[in-house]
Ligand binder design. Sequence first.
Ligand code: BES
Ligand code: MN
Ligand code: ZN
Length: 494
Amino acid sequence: MVNLTHINKTKKAYSESENSLLFLGIFQDKKLNPQQRTLDDTLGNRLSAAMKLDGFIGKKEEQIHIFGNEVNKRVVLIGLGTQKNYTSDRARSVASNITRFSTDVKNADFSVDGDSFALKKNIFAQAFAEGLVLGSYEFNDYKTKKDDSVKASSITMYGKVDAKSLDKGAILGASVGFARDLGNHPANILTPTYLARTAQKISDNSPKMNCQIFDGKEFKKMGMGAFHGVAMGATEPAKMIIVEYNGGRKTQKPIALVGKGLTFDSGGISLKPPPNMDEMKFDMCGSATVMGVLQAVSELKPKINIVFAIGSTENMPGSNAQRPGDIVTAYNGKTIEVLNTDAEGRLVLADVLSYVNKNYEPTAILDFATLTGAVLVALGNRASGVLGNNNTLMKEVKKASEVSSEKVWELPLWEEYTREIKGKYADIKNIGEARLAGTITAGAFLKEFVDDTPWVHMDIAGTAWGPKEPSYQPKVGATGVAVRLVYQLLENRI
Ligand code: BES
Ligand code: MN
Ligand code: ZN
């Protein structure tokens, strides 16, 4: 969870207020600003003396910790690098370092000189708030030893800052934290039923939302044979979760956000090898992204219509599990040979994508899935793979990704790749040729289920957990990837 969710703004001057720990930003080769100079005066020039002594000139990653007086007890100077190279992502990581520093020195309430971090500007203010909140993220739900560490509990923000962007950033940071929590819970706790109840709860508290839960027992008669096939091996009930959010005009068609929610992926009969199989509790991180956006939307209430959709089940071997070679019929009528039961995410998404496409006629579909190990081979954990059928939508994704600093890299979906998934006995098969273009053939498979609706698929198998950088990423576990990206994209559409 994130320990910090709110930023208190004040018009007072920090040199006249009491602060137990105050953070000041300094751009490279820039002098102290007037208020910083006043503070320096009241501290008997201790700031300027420390800067001189340390040779501090405000380079990025430079930092000095100074003990002050009774009023401003400690002051930390943070080098921001040159003003020209200051970006929102720098603001985001500096901010998360600030929260962590405060926690490390066992200080719960800290203060920030907003002017010196350029928080008058909306993009800096939003990113800075995201970083402050994300820096307070930790996941200790299952540790029984009493945690007596100090937790960051409140921030006082001084100066002329964009208050609205700060608040938005704090909500987005908390929504990312919420998505991380979902990812980090183990599969024996976070079941499809748990996910469904969580979505239902958010929806119940939002007048503009409406939630529908379909149980796995209904899939077959609904025509969702592909999802049904995956769910067969598990005793834990499968769920399809749909939340409609009506923030826009009544007649406006929605944008659809679809998530892969495999609460555990053992591989099924095509069982995975034991090493790291525990990490397959993260196979629901696509759905965590969708849930994180759901949470953000419930608070920020953007004026747009959205349909959130999650396909959730375990993929287990069992006497009733589907077999390699089985042929299933998806919601859009296409038949699929299941040649590898471990390529299950695409089977679940096949039905959820075609269900959403048919029943909501969305203007665009975005899906999020920990779909292939191959995307790790291609991109490592620095970027998500993106593939789609529409250039305009792809551009929207890339543009939003630049703002959120969550890297995406496009892979091609040329028609040739579709040939690789042509079935021998059925229309298509659920794998391409072994070891070749795995992320692309998975994308080519999904493409069969969205017709001509503009669609982008994001393969987050490398980014949903694992990345430890920049500093606002968690030390362990799920990252909540793309929650911020998607919210930005939604906002760009309004
Ligand atoms: N959930 C996995 C993909 C995955 C693997 C994510 C490793 C993160 C780390 C997915 O269901 C899967 O098993 N994909 C197979 C597909 C193959 C059988 C064609 C894979 O990537 O090996
Ligand atoms: Mn799998
Ligand atoms: Zn999977």
